[in-house]
Ligand binder design. Structure first.
Ligand SMILES: C[S@@+](CC[C@H](N)C(=O)[O-])C[C@H]1O[C@@H](n2cnc3c(N)ncnc32)[C@H](O)[C@@H]1O
Length: 253
């Protein structure tokens, strides 16, 4: 999964927002940065470029992501870690960052309480979360193609997880429950550019948990082809562009 994620999804979806978050991180002038749910390291590399004097500890729950990330970005220190139970001392980081990871934490107040614990007194928590699925041109097109190709019931993963934590009021309540104070919540729309709709379909079909539901079927190959064709019909052949909306949050103790 990390290979497909890195090849098809990172350049289109995650790289533009990594540049955005890294610039915001640099403005805070941190010396010590902890990254949560770092995946294959798209934001990690952007951070090390934007804040070259900072030390960066990059973590992820998934050991395969940590292996892929440490190979891709060896300048960071990589550790396997659950965001809800961080293996770090109190108060050790000027900045905790997380790009499109909080939606995956089963207990977000618990994770935010851990962020609060490991932040230095003047530290900041900087993270982003996708907007509703309809505000992501590629995700919405993929889900439509998937639902038409699986009329008996398509996996709700995209709506429920990556795009299921899009209400700033809910995020703010979770931060407050953990003893953090929201500073800013800014909606940001960036453009994703992909080599083809087929490449993005392959990324969703093989680089996300949707793959498990597709691979479990006897007609997996035909299903993948149908979804890819429907997505190409919607977005066109050749290089494709689409808007992608997220909210960027900052909070402090
Ligand atoms: C959509 S990816 C984002 C990865 C990376 N931040 C990026 O921008 O490419 C979500 C990541 O969250 C990680 N994750 C899920 N649950 C987690 C948890 N409880 N603690 C830490 N990481 C977690 C996954 O392993 C995955 O790498």
């Amino acid at each position: 999964m990390p290979e497909a994620y890195e090849r098809h999804l990172v350049p289109v979806f995650f790289q533009p927002f990594a540049v955005d978050l890294a610039a915001r991180a640099a403005a805070l002038r941190p010396r010590t940065i902890l990254e949560l749910a770092a995946g294959t390291g798209a934001l990690t590399s952007a951070l090390l470029t934007a804040v070259p004097t900072a030390s960066v500890v990059a973590t992820d729950l998934n050991e395969a992501m940590v292996t892929a990330g440490s190979a891709r970005e060896p300048r960071a220190e990589w550790r396997q870690a659950d965001a809800q139970e961080l293996p770090f001392e109190d108060g050790g980081f000027d900045l905790v960052v997380c790009q499109f990871g909080v939606m995956f934490f089963p207990d977000r107040p618990a994770a935010y309480a851990e962020v609060r614990r490991v932040l230095a007194p003047q530290g900041r928590f900087l993270f982003n979360s996708w907007g509703p699925l309809a505000s992501h041109g590629f995700g919405a097109a993929f889900q439509t193609a998937l639902e038409r190709s699986m009329p008996e019931g398509a996996p709700p993963f995209l709506k429920a997880v990556p795009h299921g934590y899009s209400d700033p009021a809910v995020v703010t309540a979770d931060l407050t429950a953990a003893g953090l104070t929201l500073d800013t919540a800014e909606e940001v729309t960036l453009e994703g550019v992909a080599e083809s709709a087929a490449s993005v379909a392959t990324g969703f079909l093989t680089g996300t948990p949707v793959s498990a539901a597709v691979e479990a079927r006897e007609d997996a190959q035909a299903l993948r082809a149908a979804v890819t064709q429907r997505m190409t019909d919607q977005l066109g052949s050749g290089p494709v562009k689409a808007p992608m909306t997220a909210t960027v949050y900052t909070a402090h103790q």
